[in-house]
Structures are given as C-alpha cells and as structure tokens.
Design a protein around this ligand. Sequence first.
Ligand SMILES: O=C(O)[C@H](O)COP(=O)(O)O
Length: 331
Amino acid sequence: MAASTSQHVLSSTKLWSNSCFSLEKRTCHVHSVSVGRRCPSARNLGLVCSSKSQSSVVEPVQLPGSPKSGTTPKKSSESALILIRHGESLWNEKNLFTGCVDVPLTPKGVEEAIEAGKRICNIPVDVIYTSSLIRAQMTAMLAMMQHRRKKVPIIVHNESEQAHKWSRIYSEETKKQSIPVITAWQLNERMYGELQGLNKQETADRFGKEQVHEWRRSYDIPPPNGESLEMCAERAVAYFKDQIIPQLVAGKHVMIAAHGNSLRSIIMHLDKLTSQEVISLELSTGIPMLYIFKEGKFIRRGSPAGPSEAGVYAYTKNLAQYRQKLDSMIQ
Ligand SMILES: O=C(O)[C@H](O)COP(=O)(O)O
C-alpha cells in the first residue's frame, strides 16, 4: 500500500450540528466548535448548535422543471426527506474498515435503528431507499417497525423478470398498506479498497493518523485501490438526483437508510459543502436527519430528538396535518 506523506491540517473540527428545533426557524450549521454552544436537545447527542440563527433554507438545488428564480413557483407540496446512517455494525464495533463488506448490525445497532424509528414515527414516509448492504436494510426495516402509520415496508424485487413476477401483490388494499423499499448498490458505503477488514487504529499506527484521516475524510483522495468520497458521490449523488429527487418533486415523502460516506456525499450536495467543509462532516450511527423539500429547495431541520418535537412541525404545515391525522386514527 502506497503510504502518502501529504499532511492534512484540519482548520477546525466541524460536526453535523443538530437543529435545536426551537419554534423560530433557527437551525444549526456546519461550523467550528469554538463558536458553537451546546443546546439541550443536542447535548445528549454530543453535538453543538450554532450560537447564531441561520437562514435554514439551503441554496436551491437546481432541479429539472423547478420554477426559475424570480418566477412565481407553482404551488407545490412540501415533502419530508429523512436520512439515516445504519446502526452500529459488527465491524464498527470491532473498529474495522467495512466499506462494501456486507456485515450485519450489532444488538446495539438494532437498538439504535429502533430508537431512530421512534424519533421519526410521526413523519410521513411513502418510499424507502436503502443500499444493497444488510446493515442499511436492517436499519430501514427496524426503523419503520416503529412508525405509527403501521404500513408494511416491502423490499421491491426487480432484479429479474421472474423476481418481479413472483413478488407481485394481488390486493390493492394490501398494497395501500405497504411501503416500497428500493435497494440500490449506488447507495452502498464507499468501497474502502485495501483497507477493508483492517483495524482502524492499527492502520493509523502503521501509516500515521493524518494519512488515515485523509483516506477517511478527504473529498478526492482515495484509500489504496478504493473509492474517494468524490468517486462515491459520482454514483450516490447521481442516483439521488435521477431517482430520488423526482419522488420528492412528485410530493412523495422519502426515507434513505444508507452509510456514513454515501450519505456524506449526499449531504455535501444538499448543503453545498465545499471539499474543505466536508472533511469535518461526521454522521453518527442511527441518528435520523430531516430535510423538508419545498419549492425546489431543501430546508435542513436537523435531527428530531423525539417523536413530537414541536419544531419539526412548527412551519412544515403538511407534517403537522399528517401528525394530527395519525393522532385521530390512533385514538
Ligand atoms: O465503512 C466503514 O468502515 C464505516 O462504515 C465508515 O467508515 P469511516 O467512518 O471510517 O468512513
């Protein structure tokens, strides 16, 4: 394995900050820890919140057919986009580089997925996207088990004509009570090449902390014979744009259960992070992150700390109506 000698000096440690969900449109932003402060809902997540309120509207993502700026946008509903990194896996627990090796969750990872489900149990989900790796699929299914709508998540099998035919559902009513789960290899974790299976600490001892941090967190420097984040983005973000954004444009509520780096590449796109800023973007296992898609823009809402976080519904009208409907259904 070629050992690179390039140094990587981190200007500041940045964390995925959790919005505090206070009623005004205040969200936290990726920022240096020094200016942040801990806010109650984030404290238990070990995250910090920006001490200044930010416009929570992320720069508009250019969408095919979305209203051009300056024109009166057509009335479009708001859709929820939930991103969840899988719960702890057996190799996370052993501190091994995992990448595209297909390992399951630990019992703790199962608990994390259930907890994530409880936190989003009042938020509508019409379709679920996950990777072709079991740890992400387990997280998606376990999280949806907690949903108050009690729809059944069903993995869609289109890998062959026969698979499609043999998994057909012959009841419209049953179909209405189910949620399609679409598995896509494009959402797989970045392929870690010759690091897969190696212990992260031992690798740092052998090649140096900076080198391993550069392989793990830089944008365009791949691990030996593996994918850089940029290469991972080329498939994950392309899939997000081609397959998932059209669902949101159609008003569908989407959950993506995927991986630390495939999600980092999507968040980098949503939040327009620079290749420098994304170095500091860290995603914890099993923590749901909510965006609202509205008029062609993604509004970051952070991580709902609980199922009835007031701020989640504060200005997302449709989500508040959905929750009231759930409350009335489950009286
Ligand atoms: O693939 C792995 O090892 C982990 O899921 C993510 O690893 P990283 O945090 O080192 O990118």
